[in-house]
Ligand binder design. Sequence first.
Ligand SMILES: [Zn+2]
Length: 205
Amino acid sequence: MAILPIRIWGDPVLKKRAAAVSRITRAERELIEDLKETMAAADGAGLAAPQVGVSKRIFTFRIGEEVHVLINPRITKREGKIIGEEGCLSIPGVQAEVARAKYVVITGKDENGKSVTYRLEDSEETGRAGTCVQHELDHLNGDLYIEKAEPNTLSWLIEDENEMGEPEIALLEATPEEILKSYRAKRLPPKVHISEMLRKRVERD
Ligand SMILES: [Zn+2]
């Protein structure tokens, strides 16, 4: 098992349509273990194989504290609409609001090759696994949430203080072009809020 480097937006692998998995071999099983370990280390809600540079249709995601795996996933039903804040480990320090289906049915295979179906509805009690699987499935198609963000909601997360001197996160509006340029130049706005693990990937040594 290994923690793999997370690919940052601008890396071509994130824009590729990932290939279907025809057989679950040792390589896939190792990849799944690494995805789980990397997702835990990055404290992510989900992680798709292209985010660690492997263009295969596999992702891991959380339902509450439990970690699940889907191979060759397919959404068979979408109902309703919700708009919620999203972030992405491959687009660190950034968030935006995105419209998603409120209820989805998603099927695929688990790590043992067994067919599985999840019925997920986002709510305060059950969390946001429904949004998460839609976000992760997009990664397998080379789509990033940033491209479907609601207008004027795309922002850097900046570590700030309120009037009482307590830490808080402020939003600094940004455009996709500015964000991409910052990652490419490895020069992010001052005090951008990202984990140490990802900071190493997006800042100069
Ligand atoms: Zn993502």
